[in-house]
Write a protein that binds this ligand. Sequence first.
Ligand SMILES: NC(=O)c1ccc[n+]([C@@H]2O[C@H](COP(=O)([O-])OP(=O)(O)OC[C@H]3O[C@@H](n4cnc5c(N)ncnc54)[C@H](OP(=O)(O)O)[C@@H]3O)[C@@H](O)[C@H]2O)c1
Length: 271
Amino acid sequence: MRITAKTKICMIIGDPVEHSLSPQMHNAGYVALNIDNHYVYIACHVEVKDLKDFIKGIRAMNIHGVTCTIPHKIAVISYLDKIDEVAEKIGAVNTIVNENGKLIGYNTDWIGILTPLENITSLEGKTVAILGAGGAARAAAYAVSTKKANLTIFNRTLEKAEKLAEDFDAKAYSIDARDRIQQADIIINTTAIGLHPQKNETPLPKDFIKKKHIVFDVVYGKHQTQFIKDAKTQGAQTISGKDMLLYQGLAQFKLFTGYDVPAEAMARVLI
Ligand SMILES: NC(=O)c1ccc[n+]([C@@H]2O[C@H](COP(=O)([O-])OP(=O)(O)OC[C@H]3O[C@@H](n4cnc5c(N)ncnc54)[C@H](OP(=O)(O)O)[C@@H]3O)[C@@H](O)[C@H]2O)c1
């Protein structure tokens, strides 16, 4: 342990948060760069009702960097001093950097979605179905909108899908419109289905997944999600939430530390 009184604290907040692999990933990066005396990364379970007090705590304790996960990415915006242009367009913040007492919000989730997709396909001309309309969905919509793809949004609460579709020039449907989801080339699950307490559930029954699909589940846990298992059984190409975690985390590491990212060391802890 090389923590000293000068060590800067970074952390992830969420509810739930105990499943998160961000602490292992960031701390592995600090060790790889031999800066684990400069930075340490922990996790804090923060409930919605405590978010405002938590932000006061960041300022009071001079916390250096914060990763925001479910359900704080949108609500946290109103407590920050500034958010960057991309986070503003997405309408969600997953990264807070304490820059000399000013809390600045960024979003790196869209990089976590775009990079693994572009590693296996070109988005141009493809139809992308995003399941969900929360913070992760907004990042996915932004990522897809930077390429010439056709975007469709499917959500349980239709009004939220319609709002997101309006912001990103997309079409909106209920999540029950499974025949339409099936028509897409790429299906991205950004709903909380697959995460505790909906761990064994799937956002789309197996029969609607075909070999032609690329299936991306942003939800991740210790084991593969049911959605990814089903997609593999159906012969589809898959991208797991761990890929998103890695690429959003690499971009975030750079924002927190300014250092070039030790990608291999950070990826290793996710395997
Ligand atoms: N891999 C990564 O790096 C990464 C990064 C970001 C997020 N994530 C994961 O992405 C998921 C969503 O995060 P978020 O921040 O976008 O959350 P959020 O803003 O709270 O949005 C949750 C979404 O899930 C939908 N939903 C929840 N339960 C549902 C159900 N039973 N049936 C249908 N839809 C349901 C909600 O629909 P309504 O609008 O109808 O409520 C909403 O669209 C979480 O599991 C999170 O862990 C992963």
